[in-house]
Design a binder for this molecule. Structure first.
Ligand code: ADP
Ligand code: ASP
Ligand code: MG
Length: 429
């Protein structure tokens, strides 16, 4: 992303409010009161508010599309989904004006958010901040539709589910804001989803790298691409509650952090994945390359790969991918079967990925073993494992995800235990 018109000022505040925070007319009124207080306190030189669609209305639009089409996608789908945010921004505009505030709501197209052509998963390429700056200079609160943009052919695009966070990050970078507030329905980034683990711990700060790992392993409190955008331009993110004014989690460069980062920072799970296994794959050079080149050509993002031999001349290739890519992968599976790449394939939707995320995981002996032991004690079977310096992930049965998160969280953050990093327990390695 590049800002075509970067601003000089630093006093502009960007606040993003998620779907739950604007779910009803009453909540939109409460956000209008919060925004008014921010302006009255003169806490900002200018205020930009980015909104998601109300409550679960985007899910409602997706369901509606499925009623009229077997595979709703592409341009028409984006035109449809983008309407959700138009409703919320215009309502907040009306609510602010009703309180005597100068405010204007704008679609992403009206305020120059340019994306590439990838409908449903578009990437922001540039923001021409001229209109935004002019409205701020005129003393107005600028309210922008999250989650969407416009491509070079003036078609409306969307950024992928949860994409309002990306809009807020990109706008914050483009106007040179001091930070980007992500206001949501929890207190910040916690050691696990507090709706699954009520005793999860709130982190006052976290590095961009760990936040990206947490977000991409299923902690949907923040979109990983929002953290990537802010990291690239060193804009801190403040993930905080929409419902009170207490500090949440500051996400910034590790060199600016006050506390040393814990080894295990969080436990997350992701149920929006599927596992595909290609059976009887000939054991020949170049076949794995062909499979993953085909997937890449279809822009399918693969999260985990395992290749194993089933007999001397045949093998199997298993890979895990996000739900949104399954349909594209299924079409490829049919081509591979027809072309002799695999004799058969299984596609399992009822799987989940559970991850521990932190720093120095691979170089700290025993952390992975503690995770596996916690799952073993719960009699939860591990299907596939992958590990990196910042993450250990296991694929398990989908319906066991919540139990697995609680068990692994208790291991690293014992409910009544020591609050030092990684739960502070010395365990057998
Ligand atoms: P918004 O609509 O504000 O964008 P989301 O539903 O996208 O909100 O994200 C907030 C949700 O993220 C929380 O309600 C919580 O259930 C979930 N969540 C998952 N993992 C975490 C975590 N580690 N810390 C905080 N929240 C988490
Ligand atoms: N409304 C969109 C969604 O539900 C974008 C967002 O909420 O961030 O995915
Ligand atoms: Mg979200």
């Amino acid at each position: 992303m590049s800002a075509t018109t970067a601003a000089a000022g630093t006093g502009i505040v960007v606040q993003k409010y998620g779907g739950t925070s604007v779910a009803t007319a009453e909540r939109i009124g409460a956000i209008a009161d919060r925004v008014s207080r921010c302006i009255e306190d003169e806490a900002a030189d200018g205020l930009i508010v980015v909104l998601s669609a109300m409550g679960k209305s985007t899910d409602g639009l997706v369901a509606l599309a499925h009623e009229v089409s077997r595979r709703p996608a592409g341009r028409e789908m984006d035109l449809l989904l983008a309407t959700g945010e138009q409703v919320s921004v215009s309502l907040l505009g009306l609510a602010l004006q009703d309180r005597g505030m100068a405010a204007i709501s704008l679609t992403a197209a009206q305020c120059g958010i340019r994306t590439d052509d990838a409908f449903n998963i578009a990437r922001i390429q540039s923001i021409d901040t001229g209109r935004i700056q002019a409205e701020i200079a005129a003393g107005r609160v600028v309210i922008i539709t999250g989650f969407q943009g416009i491509n070079s052919k003036h078609e409306i695009t969307t950024l992928g589910r949860g994409g309002s966070d990306i809009t807020a990050a990109a706008v914050a970078v483009a106007v040179g804001a001091a930070s980007c507030d992500i206001c949501t329905d929890v207190d910040g980034v916690l050691s696990a989803d507090p709706n699954v683990v009520p005793g999860a711990r709130l982190w006052p700060e976290m590095s961009y790298e760990v936040a990206i790992e947490m977000a991409s392993s299923g902690a949907k409190v923040l979109h990983p691409r929002a953290a990537e955008v802010c990291m690239a331009y060193d804009v801190p993110i403040h993930v905080r509650s929409s419902f009170h004014g207490r500090e949440g989690t500051w996400i910034r460069g590790s060199e600016q952090m006050v506390m040393e980062q814990a080894e295990v920072v969080g436990v997350s799970s992701d149920r929006k994945i599927a596992k595909i296994t290609l059976l009887d794959v000939p054991d020949e050079p170049g076949l794995a390359a062909r499979v993953f080149q085909d997937l890449a050509a279809e822009e399918v993002n693969v999260r985990l790969i395992i290749q194993s031999a089933s007999s001397e001349s045949r093998g199997r290739i298993t890979f895990v991918l996000d739900d949104e890519y399954v349909e594209r992968a299924e079409l490829l599976v049919e081509q591979w079967k027809a072309g002799g790449v695999a004799s058969d394939a299984s596609i399992d939707h009822d799987v989940a990925k559970i991850s521990i995320v932190g720093s120095r995981l691979a170089s700290t002996p025993g952390l992975a073993a503690r995770m596996f032991a916690a799952l073993g004690r719960e009699r939860i079977n591990i299907d596939c494992i992958s590990s990196s310096e910042m993450k250990v992930a296991c694929v398990i049965r989908g319906d066991q995800a919540q139990r697995a998160v609680r068990a692994v969280h208790d291991e690293f953050f014992p409910p009544d235990g020591d609050k030092s990093p990684s739960g502070g327990r010395e365990r057998g390695q």
